[in-house]
Design a protein around this ligand. Structure first.
Ligand SMILES: [Mn+2]
Length: 323
C-alpha cells in the first residue's frame, strides 16, 4: 500500500525497531543506487544492535562489490523484517521468495511509477533512492559513518550520472555535500565509476558507436549490441552498464535508446531523454516497461533489426507529437 512519505518513514522506522533482524532486497541487475541504498540501510540497522543482510536478486556488478564485501551478512535471528529499496514493482526482483519468506513488509523508493506493491510503500521522487534512505536513517537516529556515507554517495552519484542527468537538483547536491563531510576517498570512487574503463568496456563502446544511427534529423539516436557482439569481445552483461549514455551524448539528440540482447532475440532497452520536456517512461510503457522521465527501460522481442525498428518507430511517434 502506498502511504505518504513522512508517514511511510515513521512506519518503516517502527517496523525496524520492532524487529531483531532486517533483510534488505534490491532490484534485479542491481545498480549503484539499489546496492548503495540497501547496504547503507543494512549498516544503519546494525548500529541499532540488530542483525541485517542484503539479498541482491542478481550478482552485484564488480564496481560495487566492495560495498557488499565490506558489509558481509549476519545470521538472521528472531523477528525478521523484509524491506525493499529502490524497487518500483515486485516484478523487478528475481530473488527467490523462499529466501525471505515471501512477504515484503516495506518498500522505500524514489520511482514515481511505484505501484505501492509492498505492505508499506513510501516514495519520494528524489534523484536517488539513497536520499530517501538517508531520511530514514535520520529518523532512526543513526549518524552516518564512513561506510554509510560512501554507500549513499554511490547511490546518488550513480543515479545522477555524477550530477549530470536531468534529475540532478539542489537536494542531490546538498545530500552529497553532507556525505562528503563524513566519507573518505570519494574522489577515488568518482574516478573508478566515471572515468576508468576496462579494455573490454572500451571495445564495447567502440562497437556501440559503430552501430549507432541518428534519425528524425538527429533528434533520435539508437544503437544496439547482440550476444554475438559480446561473445566476440568476451564481454558479459555487466560490462555494458556504462555505455548506455553514449546514445544521448550526440549534440542535438533528444531521446536515445540502447538495445542489449539478453536472450536470443530478446532485447533489453534503455531509453534516455535529454530535455526536461520529455518523459521517456511513456515510450517504455508501450512495451510494458517504465522508469523516470529522463531514463526508462523495457524489453522487446525480435531480431536486432526488428527490435531497433520498433523502438525507433515509438521514439519517432513520440517526438513528432511533442513538436
Ligand atoms: Mn534508483
Amino acid at each position: 500500500m502506498l502511504v505518504s512519505y513522512q508517514d511511510g518513514l515513521k512506519r518503516i522506522k517502527d517496523i525496524i525497531c520492532d524487529s531483531d533482524s532486517v533483510i534488505l532486497l534490491t532490484h534485479r541487475r542491481p545498480d549503484g543506487d539499489t546496492v548503495g541504498s540497501a547496504c547503507a540501510l543494512a549498516a544503519a540497522v546494525r548500529k541499532l544492535g540488530k542483525k541485517s543482510k542484503v539479498l541482491y536478486s542478481d550478482p552485484v556488478p564488480e564496481r560495487f562489490a566492495f560495498l557488499a564485501d565490506e558489509l558481509g551478512e549476519d545470521e538472521m535471528t528472531g523477528k525478521t523484517a523484509v524491506i525493499a529499496v529502490d524497487v518500483a514493482s515486485r516484478e523487478l526482483m528475481t530473488v527467490e521468495s523462499e529466501l525471505y519468506g515471501g512477504k515484503v513488509d516495506a518498500c522505500i523508493d524514489h520511482h514515481r511509477t511505484n505501484d505501492g506493491w509492498a505492505e508499506v510503500t513510501c516514495v519520494n521522487a528524489y534523484a536517488a533512492c539513497g536520499e530517501c534512505v538517508l531520511d530514514l536513517i535520520d529518523m532512526l537516529g543513526v549518524k552516518e559513518d564512513d561506510y554509510i556515507a560512501r554507500a549513499l554517495y554511490t547511490a546518488i552519484a550513480m543515479d545522477t550520472g555524477c550530477f549530470k542527468y536531468g534529475n540532478t537538483n539542489a537536494h542531490a547536491h546538498l545530500t552529497a555535500a553532507r556525505l562528503y563531510q563524513t566519507a573518505q576517498g570519494l574522489d577515488e570512487l568518482n574516478n573508478s565509476y566515471f572515468v576508468m574503463r576496462t579494455a573490454k568496456e572500451k571495445e564495447i563502446e567502440f562497437t556501440v558507436h559503430s552501430k549507432q544511427k541518428l534519425f528524425m534529423d538527429g533528434r533520435g539516436c539508437i544503437s544496439s549490441i547482440t550476444m554475438d557482439d559480446m561473445k566476440k569481445i568476451g564481454a558479459v552483461s555487466d560490462d555494458l552498464d556504462m555505455v548506455t549514455d553514449t546514445v544521448r551524448s550526440t549534440k542535438g539528440v533528444i531521446i536515445g535508446a540502447f538495445l542489449k540482447e539478453v536472450d536470443e532475440n530478446v532485447f533489453r532497452v534503455s531509453v534516455r531523454g535529454n530535455t526536461k520536456g520529455v518523459d521517456v517512461s511513456q515510450i517504455c510503457k508501450i512495451f510494458g516497461g517504465g522508469g523516470h522521465r529522463g531514463a526508462g527501460g523495457c524489453t522487446v522481442e525480435g531480431t536486432e533489426s526488428e527490435a531497433r525498428e520498433r523502438i525507433e518507430k515509438a521514439i519517432t511517434d513520440y517526438l513528432s507529437h511533442i513538436d
